[in-house]
Design a protein around this ligand. Structure first.
Ligand code: G3H
Ligand code: 13P
Ligand code: NA
Ligand code: ZN
Length: 310
């Protein structure tokens, strides 16, 4: 059934695991994720970005998720990822989503609170839950110095006031993860600031934390892409043991998009490169979809620990 994340997060927090939040952009991705979650009896969050809504259209994505709900007897939350403004959040609240993120983290503290609070008031009135963000994720374009700058990380001193004044349901934090497939420089040692996570947890015990930019960038798929005409030199992600550690903590939602893209692209490239005669889209999309399913199965069992928790 379509659910909010409230119950999911409560059980995940208490049980020491996390729910995977996977970005969806087309039918094959929705199918790959939900087939894996369905077979493993795992709750799952399907999240849709502004870019996904621009690419696939809001209604197509909602209907794909509705189809997945018919096919799979598990709790699924439909979530807006990185909602850029009140209007986009409102459109998703009104348009069938059970959860929205308002990402006003690039504004100053007071403005972030003001925008987030407005979204929370609208969403809660309609039974929809809200995720917000404090701190800035290191970007692909940032150099090592900036990525390691303390000012980027979520400041533990701010979290209690933020969640109290906004009434938000979960909080995305910055502890060293970043979006995309190039999370650390070549030679740089992957590191997450678990000390900051601990401090945050002390300030708001029991409150669900969200980790963005949490793909591991499987070198297996990077290799397949490289061997079949791609160019992803130096692609690197968050080591799985760090994500497992996060999943056992107050982190209740782990966002994964890049890993899905890599899995899908590896499958498509492999088929097209090895079988130049193929021109039926089903032939390459089904391999991409199977890779997505394998990947999500692996995440649920080996990283998130959400199998059997539906
Ligand atoms: O956080 C970003 C997600 O990976 C979504 O990416 O905006 O290109 O759809 P997108
Ligand atoms: P990745 O790029 O690490 O998959 O992060 C996805 C994400 O945070 C979506 O909001
Ligand atoms: Na957890
Ligand atoms: Zn994100």
């Amino acid at each position: 059934a379509l659910v909010t994340t409230t119950e999911m997060f409560k059980k995940a927090y208490e049980g020491g695991y996390a729910i995977g939040a996977f970005n969806v952009n087309n039918m094959e991705i929705v199918q790959g994720i939900t087939e894996a979650a369905g077979e493993l009896n795992s709750p799952v969050i399907l999240q849709v970005s502004k870019g996904a809504r621009a690419y696939a259209n809001h209604n197509y994505l909602v209907k794909l998720v509705e189809a997945a709900l018919i096919e799979n007897d598990i709790p699924i939350a439909l979530h807006l990822d990185h909602g850029p403004d009140f209007e986009t959040c409102k459109a998703c609240v009104d348009g069938g989503f059970s959860s929205v993120m308002i990402d006003a983290s690039h504004y100053d503290f007071e403005k972030n609170i003001e925008i987030t609070k407005k979204v929370v008031e609208y969403a809660h009135d309609k039974g929809v839950v809200v995720e917000a963000e404090l701190g800035k994720l290191a970007g692909v374009e940032d150099d090592v110095k900036v990525a390691a700058d303390d000012a980027m990380y979520t400041q533990p001193d701010e979290v209690e006031e933020f969640v109290t004044r906004t009434g938000v349901d979960s909080l995305a934090i910055a502890i060293g993860t970043s979006h995309g497939a190039f999370k650390f420089k070549p030679g740089q040692k992957p590191q997450l600031r678990f000390d900051i996570l601990d401090e945050i947890t002390k300030r708001i015990p029991g409150f669900p934390i969200v980790l963005h930019g949490a793909s591991s960038v499987s070198q297996e798929y990077v290799k397949i892409i490289q061997e079949n005409g791609g160019n992803l030199k130096d692609a690197i992600g968050i080591p799985e043991d760090m994500l497992r550690q996060a999943a056992k903590s107050a982190v209740c939602k782990i966002n994964i998009d890049s890993d899905l893209r890599l899995a899908m692209t590896a499958g498509v490239r492999q088929v097209l490169n090895q079988h130049p005669e193929v021109f039926d889209p089903r032939e390459y999309l089904k391999v991409g979809r199977a890779n997505v399913k394998d990947l999500v199965r692996h995440k649920i069992i080996n990283v998130l620990g959400s199998d059997g928790k539906a």
